[in-house]
Design a binder for this molecule. Structure first.
Ligand SMILES: NCc1[nH]cc(CCC(=O)O)c1CC(=O)O
Length: 291
């Protein structure tokens, strides 16, 4: 059988994730796509094109027939339907965020903590109003390189684990302390909607429990029409046929947080319900309010 051509971003994390999928499939080759988000490190993601900036160019390689499948971090995948079919969600890794460089409790008053995600920044400000939250961007290595100049940074546990990074030291933050982004820790595999045969091969990589969790989480985001640009977190836990979903919406200033937790069976319905409750509590005004 011909090797499966896998479209991926060029970052070390993206290539690691694409290779994991490739190894599960047998023979594969990586088709590396240099995305605008990777090229332009100076601008904020909102300036470059916001949610989906990393994903669209990778998808386009499959649409053009240069690759057979696209592999993404599930949390980078826009909630609006794209050109491809989400054929598999791999068994999820640790969904939590980590603090790198120093434990949260160890940080002195006024310590400088780096993150680029509004969700992380807002939750950090809420937890520790004394901290100075500094905006950082770039690939994992670039961000880790800021530790020292900054007292700590926050990034996904999954990224640190996949790249085998133990230095600088890091500690996972409990989900109740920092609610993860919808889809965090999960890898999504897409192909053309008419790729018969390939769809079945990809389905064999799908982990039903992880898929249901991220479906519920993404349904919360979808209801707000948003992605990583707004301070919203969502984390579901599947247990047998039931799901427990918790979502938080934080004012970007970190002065107020709304929190909802519900159980359900159907992921999409549960996500929509949680979003509706958040909304009734005033989440639109909260997350939309730019400082
Ligand atoms: N937006 C960048 C991004 N997309 C996915 C991950 C981590 C891996 C994952 O969550 O699966 C990261 C880095 C980070 O959040 O620190």
């Amino acid at each position: 059988m011909a090797p499966v051509r896998i479209a991926t971003r060029r970052s070390a994390l993206a290539r690691w994730q694409a290779s994991l999928v490739g190894e599960r499939l047998g023979r594969y080759e990586l088709v590396e796509v240099h995305t605008a988000g990777d090229r332009d490190q100076a601008s904020s993601l909102a300036e470059i094109g916001g949610q989906g900036v990393f994903v669209k160019e990778v998808q386009a390689a499959v649409v053009r027939g240069e690759a057979d499948i696209a592999v993404h971090s599930a949390k980078d995948l826009p909630t609006a339907a794209g050109p491809l079919l989400l054929a598999a969600v791999l068994e999820r890794a640790d969904a939590r965020d980590a603090i790198v460089g120093a434990r949260l409790e160890e940080l002195a008053i006024g310590a400088r903590v780096g993150t680029s995600a509004p969700r992380r920044a807002a939750q950090l400000r809420l937890l520790r109003p004394d901290l100075e939250v500094v905006s950082i961007r770039g690939n994992i290595a670039t961000r880790l390189g800021r530790v020292g100049e900054l007292d700590a940074i926050v990034m996904a546990v999954a990224a640190l684990e996949r790249l085998g990074l133990e230095e600088p030291p890091w500690w996972p933050l409990p989900e109740e302390v920092l609610c993860p982004q919808a889809g965090q820790g999960a890898i999504a595999v897409e192909c053309a909607p008419d790729a018969d045969g390939l769809i079945e091969r990809l389905r064999s990589l799908d982990d039903d429990r992880s898929r249901r969790e991220i479906e519920a989480e993404r349904a919360v985001l979808a209801a707000f029409g948003t992605g990583c640009a707004l301070p919203l977190g969502a984390r579901a836990h599947a247990d047998g046929s039931s799901l427990r979903l918790r979502a938080v919406a934080v004012d970007p200033d970190g002065t107020r947080q709304l929190e909802v937790e519900r159980e359900g069976v159907d992921p999409a319905t549960l996500g929509a319900t949680v979003a509706e409750v958040l909304r009734r509590l005033g989440a639109d005004a909260l997350v939309g309010a730019r400082p």
